[in-house]
Write a protein that binds this ligand. Structure first.
Ligand SMILES: [Zn+2]
Length: 149
């Protein structure tokens, strides 16, 4: 049996089980912490739980704090914009550097840049989702409370 000031056996505080009140609130981490957790594919709220159990498959909840990763149907649609933006910016800088700095012709750039445009979004899929969730934790205070789990 838990003492009133201890979290439940599964590590989550529930109404009436904590001396802090019915719901636990996590401190909002600074932006650099959120980005670091996203790059390490960790939960943005606690930094402990892994986001993914496979290349494309996410855990349902954080093993550290219980945050529900699938917030709503279609929640991660926004991460495609993150992925698209990263791809476009890197493509632009890559093209400018290779074409104007190193003198590669458009004919020489066609295959490597098309390959990049196909491969990079697949490779960045998990990080785009992690960044999307981190941005949501930054701007939606409700995500930092177990009330919204
Ligand atoms: Zn967590």
């Amino acid at each position: 049996m838990n003492r009133p000031d201890e979290p439940a056996a599964d590590g989550h505080s529930r109404p009436g089980e904590s001396s802090e009140g019915p719901y636990r609130t996590w401190p909002r981490p600074p932006v650099e912490t959120l980005i670091g957790r996203a790059l390490r594919l960790r939960c943005p709220r606690c930094g402990a739980g892994k986001l993914f159990r496979g290349w494309f498959t996410m855990h349902e909840r954080c093993s550290g704090c219980g945050l529900k990763f699938e917030r709503a149907p279609g929640y991660y649609l926004g991460s495609t914009y993150v992925n698209y933006g990263l791809t476009a910016v890197l493509l632009l800088f890559g093209y400018v550097f290779l074409h104007f700095r190193l003198g590669w012709t458009n004919q020489q750039l066609r295959v490597p840049l098309v390959t990049f445009c196909v491969a990079f979004p697949v490779l960045a899929f998990r990080h785009a989702r992690a960044l999307w969730l981190a941005m949501d934790c930054r701007w939606d205070p409700a995500l930092m409370s177990s009330e919204e789990d």
